[in-house]
Design a protein around this ligand. Structure first.
Ligand SMILES: NC(=O)C1=CN([C@@H]2O[C@H](COP(=O)(O)OP(=O)(O)OC[C@H]3O[C@@H](n4cnc5c(N)ncnc54)[C@H](O)[C@@H]3O)[C@@H](O)[C@H]2O)C=CC1
Ligand SMILES: O=C(O)C(=O)Cc1ccc(O)cc1
Length: 366
């Protein structure tokens, strides 16, 4: 019998993950949504195979439960799941943009021995609905997983196997780090984008020319203000403490800018823009996600023949998975530098220890 995947919240992200799952697994996907029309559309697009309005009943038959509603709804769904007699080996995951509140709510299930692993594919768009879903939406994007500290690695690997068709780059971290990082690079910019648009609107109300002139750069930096207000209300509510702290930092920064402008200090203004440009120009271009790089470890290799396989074998024995491996540099053709990339800081630390115990020289920056 085919495995059953219950998708709750049949929208842009849920639909895209469902399509990616279908690419790699022969499964039955059952969709459930507060809006029945969303399920009908998704079924007509072959994103889901069946529709249900019996969330709890279907949850009890599911092998994988994917919660893809706005984050405050996801909390309610987790509470409902506490009442279900779920399959022993079911994996529950979500796609929500915040993780701390969701992991707190999922703790009851975790303590009952049910596997819940938080998930956040770090790509998307300002569009909503399954009509815009794409199997390749997350290709090469970061996909953050937030297991509980004592969740078995085997379960995390099972979830990655389910999600393999996303072709995303998985990163594991705890919920607190997740909310801080995504808060600064993704959530807070939405507040700023919305505020810029609202400020321009006030001017547009007074002068008809504003609308026509607000093109180009203004549209670029405010694209994300066209995202779903339901979704962003929930995200900002969940990530309240981080957002408050970023707002304080921002207001302080604006006070400094105000003073530079007031004083007409050209040199300071130049430095301000130059500093921003310098950092922005270093940001990765092709990566879809907002989180920087993997955890890299550099290893001196004395003799390339056989040494790479020796290193990978040592790490495989210790169950440390390498995300990427590359010989960066050969020095006088005698020794070189191998760059190993890991998905977590813990993997990098374990790899460093293991390789140093076997006599390799390692360092974390080049
Ligand atoms: N839009 C984006 O770019 C990204 C969004 N996310 C997260 O993905 C989740 C879904 O967002 P989207 O797919 O963009 O939104 P969407 O609006 O396209 O889809 C959400 C769906 O959930 C349904 N829904 C709402 N409450 C529900 C409930 N209680 N039970 C069942 N269905 C319910 C809605 O009717 C809708 O069909 C959110 O938690 C968001 O934070 C994550 C990464 C990127
Ligand atoms: O379209 C954009 O630039 C986004 O900001 C998409 C996005 C929205 C929410 C997330 O949690 C992750 C990515």
């Amino acid at each position: 019998m085919k495995q059953r995947v219950l998708l709750v919240g049949v929208g842009l992200i849920g639909g895209s993950v469902a399509l990616a799952i279908k690419q790699e697994h022969d499964v039955t996907i059952i969709g459930q949504d507060v809006n029945a029309e969303h399920c009908k559309l998704a079924q007509s697009l072959n994103i889901i195979d069946e529709i249900t309005d019996q969330f709890m009943e279907e949850a009890e038959r599911a092998d994988l439960i994917l919660l893809a509603a706005p984050v405050q709804e996801t909390e309610k769904l987790l509470t409902q799941l506490e009442q279900c007699s779920l399959k022993e080996n079911v994996i529950i995951t979500d796609v929500g943009s915040t993780k701390e509140r969701i992991m707190e709510r999922a703790r009851v299930l975790h303590e009952k021995g049910i596997t819940f692993i938080g998930g956040h594919p770090m790509a998307g768009s300002h569009k909503t609905g399954a009509g815009s879903a794409k199997a390749h939406l997350f290709e090469n994007a970061f996909y953050i997983l937030t297991p509980f500290a004592d969740t078995k690695n085997e379960k995390v690997e099972q979830l990655k196997e389910w999600l393999k068709g996303t072709k995303a780059r998985f990163l594991t971290m705890d919920a607190m780090q997740h909310d801080r990082l995504t808060g600064i690079v993704s959530h807070f910019p939405h507040v700023i984008a919305a505020s810029l648009v609202r400020q321009v609107k006030q001017h547009a109300d007074r002068d008809d020319l504003v609308n026509g002139l607000a093109a180009g750069g203004f549209r670029d930096i405010t694209r994300i203000a066209s995202s779903s207000p339901f979704m962003w209300r929930d995200i900002i509510t969940h990530n309240k403490e981080n957002i408050l702290s970023f707002l304080d930092e921002w207001m302080e920064e604006m006070r400094e800018v105000r003073s530079m402008v007031e004083q007409g200090n050209g040199e300071q203004l130049y430095d301000y823009f130059r500093g921003a440009k310098q950092f922005r120009d270093t940001l990765p271009i092709r990566s879809k996600g907002a989180i920087p790089s993997f955890y890299d470890l550099y290893v001196d290799i004395l003799d390339r023949t056989g040494v790479v396989s020796h290193i990978t074998t040592l790490l495989a024995i210790k169950n440390i998975s390498i995300t990427n491996i590359r010989i960066l540099e050969t020095r006088e053709d005698v020794y070189g530098v191998l760059r190993l990339s890991f998905q977590t800081e813990e993997d990098r630390a374990n790899a460093k220890l293991c390789l140093e115990q076997h006599g390799y020289g390692t360092y974390t920056t080049m």
